[in-house]
Every structure is written in C-alpha cells, then in structure tokens.
Design a protein around this ligand. Sequence first.
Ligand code: SF4
Length: 79
Amino acid sequence: MLRIVVDLNRCESYAQCVFAAPTVFWMKDEESLEYDYAPDDSLRVQVERAAAACPVQAISICCLDEQLEQQGGNHSEQQ
Ligand code: SF4
C-alpha cells in the first residue's frame, strides 16, 4: 500500500505534482495543495512521476508493505 507525505512547509504550490498525478494531488483555492495520502497501488507510477517533478522535493513516498517486510525481514540477514 502506498503512503504519501508532502512536506507542506517546503511546498511552494508549483502544482507540478498536480499535472503529473491529477487524481492524487489537487489544488484548493489555487494555492493550497491537497492530496490523497493513501492512493491505490495502481497509481504508483503517477505518484513517482509527481515526486520526481516536484522542484523542491517535498513529496515522500513510502510503502507499508516494504516497511512490514523490512520489520519482519530482520532475520533474513542471519545466515
Ligand atoms: S510540485 Fe511540489 S511544490 Fe509543487 S505543489 Fe506539488 S508538492 Fe508542492
């Protein structure tokens, strides 16, 4: 499952993310960004494009599945 965090202190409302992934990011009142913090996995490519397009690198993507795997996968480092 995807999780998105936008650092709104860093965001300058350039709206590049809105163009890249309009179903995930949108502008409210033409200057404040709103977004779906848990979009469907099928939107991953769009979200990655949006994160890459952000001029101030305000968008972080995390994946709960990967986090759970990492937490549960600590034993795999032992041989
Ligand atoms: S592209 Fe970056 S700076 Fe622009 S609105 Fe999106 S998060 Fe904010």
